[in-house]
Write a protein that binds this ligand. Structure first.
Ligand code: SAM
Length: 322
């Protein structure tokens, strides 16, 4: 049984329980429902939309080993991918279209890592897959992943719907960025999706409930620990998403601070869009527009499968590339 938004526990400010453990525990307990179970999910349209977003990021930014001009396009193949916070390996197939040579995945939830290994085998992926369970935001990659898997350097690093867990402290954010950048080749890309701090702030101030520092609707709920200050790190809230996330602690990622820290490790921002803008642009793009229909995000008449409240949950997020 899923807890309801009303069950959100009030957290003591400065509560020092191990948030990373709580996050790992939450994702470890989520059962694998398989493709048929997933179709039954009340937020299936949102899941499909998020998958489309990630496919667009991969399709737009993925780098290969032998990127070479071919007519108006680049042929991208042979790329090596590092997927931090890879979860159950739900993105493995998305990389197929850029014909990579290898993917190294890591996640703090060991149960998810076992599922990713199984999925990689069952999909008969044509690229190698190596998976590791550890806290990617507190531990250097080199302590866990063998050197021969870290070199040659990666062409792509991806962190989907997970980088915000690193924003608990500046030390964690730096460790995470160091893990991203250290084995990313010059000219490689780092892509990801995180909650959009501008949207969090706007909704908190405009439509929020000041009494319990929260906002949301029937699909999602955000409850801030405190609203008196807006710190660059450790700005914690609990997040609930129907049939997906049960009141897990997350942190606001201030994008300007993110850009500054990323710059320190040699990463330059080339793309930042809220999901609403990505949809807007994608629906006008020939290939991404067709993909919207193929992935059943829109029907054949072009109407969006997400209802208004689900759209509010979707547009909490942004996509980026460095
Ligand atoms: N990237 C996957 C996707 O897009 O389907 C999974 C996203 S899921 C919302 C967030 C993932 O981040 C979970 O699998 C969770 O275990 C992982 N995660 C959270 N904190 C982490 C950490 N410190 N190190 C590694 N993974 C972490």
């Amino acid at each position: 049984e899923q807890p309801k938004p009303s069950d959100v526990k009030k957290r003591a400010i400065g509560d020092t329980l191990e948030d990373a453990e709580e996050v790992a525990d939450h994702y470890n307990k989520r059962r694998e429902v398989g493709i048929h179970g997933r179709e039954e999910s009340p937020i299936i349209a949102l899941r499909k939309f998020n998958n489309w977003i990630k496919s667009v990021l991969v399709g737009t930014f993925a780098r290969g080993r032998y990127d070479e001009p071919q007519g108006p396009r680049y042929r991208t193949r042979g790329g090596r991918i590092l997927d931090l916070g890879c979860g159950k390996g739900g993105d493995l197939k998305k990389w197929d279209k850029v014909s990579p040579s290898a993917l190294v995945g890591a996640d703090i939830a060991s149960v998810s890592i076992e599922q990713a290994i199984t999925r990689h085998k069952e999909n008969r992926q044509r690229y190698s897959g190596d998976f590791f369970a550890f806290d990617c935001f507190s531990t250097p990659l080199t302590e866990v992943i063998p050197r021969e898997l870290l070199e040659p350097m990666f062409d792509n690093v991806t962190l989907q719907f997970c980088m915000h867990y690193a924003w608990e402290s500046v030390e964690k954010a730096r460790m995470m960025l160091d893990n991203v950048a250290r084995y990313l080749r010059r000219g490689g890309v780092f892509i990801g999706t995180i909650p959009d701090s501008r949207v969090l702030r706007d909704r908190l101030t405009a439509g929020g409930n000041p009494d319990d520092r929260s906002f949301g609707n029937r699909y999602y709920k955000v409850v801030f620990d405190q609203v008196d200050t807006w710190p660059a790190f450790g700005n914690r809230y609990t997040f609930f998403l129907e049939d997906a996330v049960e009141n897990v602690p997350e942190y606001v990622v201030d994008f300007d601070v993110f850009e500054d820290l990323a710059m320190e490790v040699g990463l330059r921002c080339i793309y930042r869009r809220n999901f609403a803008e990505m949809y807007e642009e994608g629906s006008r793009h020939e290939e991404h527009g067709k993909l919207l229909e193929r992935m059943k995000v829109v029907d054949r008449y072009g109407s969006l499968a997400l209802d208004e409240e689900m759209w509010q949950a979707a547009t909490l997020y942004l996509g980026f590339a460095f």
